[in-house]
Design a protein around this ligand. Sequence first.
Ligand SMILES: Nc1ncnc2c1ncn2[C@@H]1O[C@H](COP(=O)(O)OP(=O)(O)OP(=O)(O)O)[C@@H](O)[C@H]1O
Ligand SMILES: [Mg+2]
Length: 480
Amino acid sequence: MMALTILIVDDEPLMRLSIVDALEAVGHDVCAAATGTEGIEEARRREYDLVITDLRLPGADGLAVLKAAKEARAQTEVVVITAHGSVETAVGAMKLGAFDYITKPFKMDELLLIVERAGTVVALRKENQDLKEILEDKFSFGGILGSNTKMRAVLDKIKTVAATDSTVLILGESGTGKELAANAVHQNSPRRDYPLIKVSCAALPESLLEAELFGHEKGAFTGALRQRRGRFEMANRGTLFLDEIGEISPVVQVKLLRVLQERKFERVGSNQTIDVDVRLVCATQKDLRKEVAAGRFREDLFYRLNVVQVVIPPLRARQEDISIIADHVLQTCSTKMNKKLRGFSQPARELLIRYSYPGNVRELENMVERAVALGRDREPIQPSDLCGFQACPYQGGEPQESCGFCNEGLTGKPKKKELSLTALSTAREAFEKEYILSVFERVEGSRTTASKILGLSRKALWEKCKRYGIPSARDEGEEE
Ligand SMILES: Nc1ncnc2c1ncn2[C@@H]1O[C@H](COP(=O)(O)OP(=O)(O)OP(=O)(O)O)[C@@H](O)[C@H]1O
Ligand SMILES: [Mg+2]
């Protein structure tokens, strides 16, 4: 059994000493306090695994010690000692989160047994915590979860490139986590104590984007009422994240190229040159090479941006990650909405894994968030909580226009063939029937030819047709 750090709070010196002795004898690390106030102070001072407190104490009582200990550290277990005949107070203590109570007078062995049980709980919790930390560390970097091999490689690349000053180009479909990756690059770089400035290049028209990036002088254009620093200046010594870089106009492309080449620029309407020390991270859903080929994106700029390329695969290409991300979202949303759900039911989990997520991780997040909102406390999440439509075909109903799962079915995107689980004999029969029908079709219904191909006597074939309800086929000059 693991050694615990234990605090004893009791005003009777003899009782206190004998408990301390007994617990130290079995290897625990024990401290003692003689009053409630002292006990509370001590519980706040150090992280105790277990607090054993008498309920009746001079000054603050045992319940106050219990509350303070739990407040200081929620994982601390508390055992209360109660006088014979005041079991009601003990019940109150249990309601406040005490682990157990023991009634005076008691044998030391009884107390040791309770301490041993508390020790098991503490040890289990520690083990769980360690495991969780290992898992989180193993399958996450900068808040990006992923156990898929390709995703692990992406995370390794981000980790490596973060330490450098290289320009990074992040590519991936909508909702795959490009912004998350950009954050991870900055937060793990030597620039992390300086700003990370974000600009969405698609959100602004050309002229405004230019002023936004480089700043402007007072009166540089209509509406420029005063001088303004641009995002490049704000990001000095830090990182500038240009999102949707595929959307920038040729004019802005030229200006951007110059900053990348010379690390210098001027505010709009000024001829004073400004030097900046900025690390650039860009992202786009577009295929930039195609844009270059089509003459919409400057090739020289593309090469300047494409120093290190990080390609984030779509979620459907990394099914292993679905469960991990779903569990994580379930946990954070449950805490936020104060819900106590029992995870995902097996059918719900299967549905999640099978879906193709055109909106990638963002879509998965929204789906789980809605499921948490709809799910019932102390029950696992059901498929109906996920798609939000009781009658969806995944639950044996009609397709629903506005259901993501169903829409996928309606638009006929590739999906694994539905296999209902039945006995092998049933499956074999179903296949046999299908196969015989397809052979008949190929030989245009000639039973003689079909029986030759199938390697069956004509009689055996006839019997099978009868059994499977295959209509009698054309037969060359023979009686049926
Ligand atoms: N691997 C992941 N682990 C955990 N959460 C993720 C992961 N990838 C994305 N997310 C979450 O999914 C959501 C979408 O991610 P993000 O905004 O980074 O995507 P994006 O690629 O920038 O999308 P868009 O192209 O639409 O701007 C965010 O809430 C983000 O936290
Ligand atoms: Mg984004």
